[in-house]
Write a protein that binds this ligand. Structure first.
Ligand SMILES: [Zn+2]
Length: 68
């Protein structure tokens, strides 16, 4: 019954953590954002390597130009 509220709270916590860590657009979804490995629900990446590679990829995309 409180499942919906839990999801809202979890999303809010994830949003705040992301903002603190400088990743406002990333939301945890149970998989690594870089390699899609299944993860604990609160994690964004498997490890620092995936996080760093993701950051490099995002930086490269930003340099290449954003649509819009
Ligand atoms: Zn990964």
């Amino acid at each position: 019954m409180s499942d919906h509220i839990d999801k809202i709270i979890f999303a809010e916590v994830a949003r705040v953590l992301a903002a603190v860590c400088g990743r406002p657009s990333l939301v945890t979804h149970g998989c690594c954002h870089y390699c899609d490995e299944p993860l604990a629900p609160a994690l964004l990446f498997c490890d620092a390597d995936c996080r760093d590679d993701y950051d490099k990829e995002q930086a490269a995309k930003a340099r290449a130009g954003r649509p819009g």
